[in-house]
Design a protein around this ligand. Structure first.
Ligand SMILES: NC(=O)c1ccc[n+]([C@@H]2O[C@H](COP(=O)([O-])OP(=O)(O)OC[C@H]3O[C@@H](n4cnc5c(N)ncnc54)[C@H](OP(=O)(O)O)[C@@H]3O)[C@@H](O)[C@H]2O)c1
Length: 334
């Protein structure tokens, strides 16, 4: 008999998520039948979309997210005991899964070959966030060597990989992040040409100095005033990949900040602005994963993680990430 623990969202978040918004519920798992597996969770991901999508589900709902686990019991020859899997089962420590019956939202696939790197990368650089950086940047920005790339949320899971891929592709890279330590890390360790603390800098002025010839590609994780300032410095035929808008995720949906008018810049510079969801390229993720593992192995890409320990600290890790405490991918080891 396996007893599982899970986080259930019992009421909608107002501002930052709070302990009162969750219940931690225990349940006894049914014994598995043919085709089933029991997965023991090892790594849990905390991501901005868990906040952004909160009102898409009716409460109460089980807190989903990506996780890496190991098959502990199996009646499925495709997933023998010891197999590492990535699932979207979220904040829970044990799960019964019937892989053949899993819906696309459930997601279950075998952890890619990480060639000895930490399994936690399966929810980070070699998981959904890595695929987001890879396809969202390369497919939408279509960067050319020598072009100037700007990325916001630059020290986070997605942004830090976008910036490094841009360097690998021979671009000049400018990143915006929320602390001087992050700025140092981006410039000194990741090789960004320039990093800027958006909380303290005169953004438009510093960007003009860093990119005197304008911006060709902009990978936007943040939205709001920061994005508007950058869009007004784009070059003719610039490309903007709209990945997210974390600056507004904790805002009241009814009183979200109003954006500056952007149309003059979009029209005059004939910009292409495209949003995306990483699942668009779902069947190509393995290509991204194999390139990213290779880049990590060859020292071209650093996949830093911000690790929190303990099942009971998942909410703390989630809120910490929303507050910018993470450099690199925020993950929880359970
Ligand atoms: N479209 C897709 O398919 C897709 C897939 C994955 C992720 N995303 C999006 O990608 C973005 C980054 O996600 P991630 O997983 O890589 O998270 P992350 O960047 O690792 O963590 C979130 C970061 O957001 C920054 N932040 C928080 N509040 C902010 C604000 N008001 N203004 C500016 N920055 C703020 C914080 O860094 P600072 O210290 O720099 O403020 C924090 O570390 C999010 O917008 C997410 O929704 C989209």
């Amino acid at each position: 008999m396996v007893k599982a623990k899970k986080y259930v969202v019992k009421q909608y978040f107002e501002g930052l998520p709070k302990p009162e918004d969750y219940d931690i519920v225990e349940e006894v798992l049914e014994p598995i039948k043919a085709g089933g597996i029991v997965v023991k969770t090892e790594w849990i991901s905390v991501d901005p979309y868990l906040r952004a999508y909160n009102r898409r589900s009716s409460v109460p709902y089980d807190q989903y997210s990506f996780q890496v686990g190991v098959v502990q019991e199996s009646k499925n020859p495709d997933f023998p005991i010891g197999t590492r899997v990535v699932t979207h089962k979220g904040w829970r420590n044990y799960t019964v899964i019937y892989p053949k019956e899993a819906s696309p939202e459930d997601t279950i696939y075998k952890l890619p070959d990480l060639r000895g790197l930490s399994n936690s990368l399966g929810v980070g650089a070699v998981g959904m966030p890595g695929a987001t950086a890879y396809f969202g940047f390369l497919e939408i920005c279509k960067p050319k060597p020598g072009e100037t790339v700007v990325v916001t949320g630059a020290a986070g899971a997605v942004g830090s990989i976008v910036g490094q891929i841009a360097k690998i592709k021979g671009c000049k890279v400018i990143g915006f992040a929320g602390s001087d330590d992050k700025v140092q890390w981006l410039e000194k360790e990741l090789g960004f040409d320039k990093a800027i603390n958006y909380k303290t800098a005169d953004v438009a002025k510093v960007l003009k100095e860093a990119a005197p010839n304008g911006v060709d590609c902009f990978f936007d994780n943040v939205g709001g005033d920061l994005s508007s300032a950058i869009i007004y410095q784009m070059n003719l035929y610039g490309r903007v990949s709209v990945c997210g808008s974390i600056s507004a995720y904790n805002e009241d949906v009814h009183t979200s900040p109003k954006a500056n008018i952007l149309q003059p810049a979009i029209v005059a510079k004939q910009l292409k602005i495209e949003g995306f969801i990483v699942h668009r390229w779902r069947n190509q993720w393995p290509k991204a994963f194999s390139d990213i593992v290779q880049w990590i192995e060859s020292g071209k890409l650093i996949a830093r993680e911000h690790v929190t320990e303990g099942f009971d600290n998942i909410l703390k890790a989630f809120v910490g990430m929303l507050n910018g405490e993470n450099t690199g991918k925020a993950v929880v080891k359970v």
